[in-house]
Design a protein around this ligand. Structure first.
Ligand code: NDP
Ligand code: MG
Length: 382
């Protein structure tokens, strides 16, 4: 039996994790959860799974809802750290959304435990800090972002990455697959949130619609697999069936296929390579039509920025991430049009000036500073 700490339990990834756990109660025990403030959702989880520990990030929500019934309720940085380091916990699942996940991820990598990572923003913003720590403390990071879990599966059983010639990361293309940016000025929030293949939280759904998600995933992949940026290709694959492809130097390309369902990479991450049974939609191979297209030309500039982040590393990822988080938040709040998300990122990134000092404090400072700068850009164009 493995004891699990699920960070971001009330979110979309959290829901998929809980479903995999429910189907495998003989293997996994939900020992702890964390969330920000959605207590009504958390209460359902607490009643169903009876986790021993419940961490609430929002202090007011904690004060209002903490009880002495069954679970131990926790709040504050010190309690979060103690929870992550608690030796009763075997597996930590990082499924918080956004930069907020970096704090927990940076502690998790010092525990020597198995970490299932969904929170890509923590790697994009803090990859140069997190990956060396994971190595130092022999913490195992298993990606559960679907493309990265696909790459992880395609690499398993091979001689590391020495024989890899190319890694192709697929993108669904989102709801605006066939539209140039110039046609997207007046799209509504509902249209942008209407993803054709995946049901996800709002932030990552908007990232998919802009294709910035794929740029974040390029940086995420570079860190997770320790490969050069130019090994990675981004292609559009509207059906979201092939989640990534690894091409080896002998000409073989290995891919991972499944219906678009996050329970599948999560089950793989939890499995320790002993396949865990879950219910899933079977692919009907006789009716599949799989197509691939080049990454759209008018998203080349954003891809180039992501490639620059991969090559320069250090704190540049924190700038890219924070600029994007503010741009997306501003679009969701109705402060800017959809097409301006790119402008906010470009302009904030162009004006950035970052130090190479690597610590959680520096990354937090850069994140804070970049958010202020990005908000100025939003103000100037809204
Ligand atoms: P959601 O918005 O659905 O859920 C986010 C979760 O994080 C919630 O539990 C939320 O709590 C919690 N949270 C937010 N802020 C904080 C905070 N400051 N402290 C503690 N907890 C916090 O996001 P998703 O599940 O869609 O995505 C989670 C991560 O996984 C993201 O990084 C995303 O990019 C990545 N990912 C998601 C995929 C998907 O299919 N959804 C696919 C691949 C990657 P509360 O509900 O209380 O606000
Ligand atoms: Mg993904």
């Amino acid at each position: 039996m493995k004891n699990i700490l699920l960070l971001g339990a009330t979110g979309s990834i959290g829901k998929s994790v809980l479903s995999v756990i429910s189907e495998n109660k003989n293997l996994f025990n939900l020992m702890g959860i964390s969330f920000k403030s959605n207590y009504s959702k958390a209460e359902e989880i607490i009643n169903n799974f009876l986790p021993k520990y419940v961490y609430i990030d929002d202090h007011d929500c904690y004060v209002k809802n903490a009880t002495n019934n069954g679970s131990t309720f926790l709040n504050g940085d010190l309690r979060l750290e103690q929870l992550i380091k608690n030796t009763e916990i075997d597996i930590i699942i990082c499924a918080t959304s956004g930069f907020a996940g970096l704090k927990a991820a940076s502690i998790a990598v010092t525990t020597g435990k198995r970490i299932l990572l969904a929170n890509k923003e923590s790697i994009v913003a803090g990859g140069d800090l997190i990956m060396p720590l994971a190595k130092k403390y022999t913490s195992e990071i298993i990606p559960i972002d679907s493309e990265h879990n696909a790459i992880f599966q395609c690499l398993s059983g091979e001689n590391g990455t020495d024989d890899v010639q190319k890694v192709t990361i697929t993108a669904s293309g989102g709801p605006f697959l066939n539209s140039p940016i110039s046609d997207l000025k007046n799209v509504t929030l509902d249209q942008a949130l209407n993803h054709p293949n995946w049901e996800m939280g709002n932030k990552v759904t908007i990232d998919s619609a802009t294709l910035v998600n794929k740029c974040l995933e390029l940086i995420e992949a570079k860190y997770l697999f320790n490969l050069e940026e130019n090994i990675f290709d981004l292609v559009v694959h509207p059906q979201s069936i092939i989640h990534s492809i690894v091409t080896y130097k002998d000409g073989s390309s290995i891919c991972q296929m499944s219906s678009p369902d996050m329970k599948i990479p999560i089950a793989n991450g939890l499995s320790d390579m002993n396949r865990v049974p879950i219910s899933f939609e079977q692919l009907d191979f006789t009716s599949l039509k799989l197509t691939f297209h080049e990454f759209p030309n008018d998203r080349k500039k954003i891809q180039d920025i992501a490639r620059e982040v991969c090559n320069k590393g250090s704190n540049l990822g924190a700038v890219f991430n924070a600029a994007n988080e503010i741009a997306v938040e501003s679009f969701i709040k109705g402060q800017i049009n959809f097409d301006k998300i790119y402008d906010v990122i470009y302009r904030t990134f162009d004006e950035s000036n970052v130090s190479n000092e690597l610590s959680l404090e520096t990354i937090n400072d850069i994140d804070r500073h970049t958010r202020i700068e990005a908000k100025k850009v939003v103000k100037s164009i809204s």
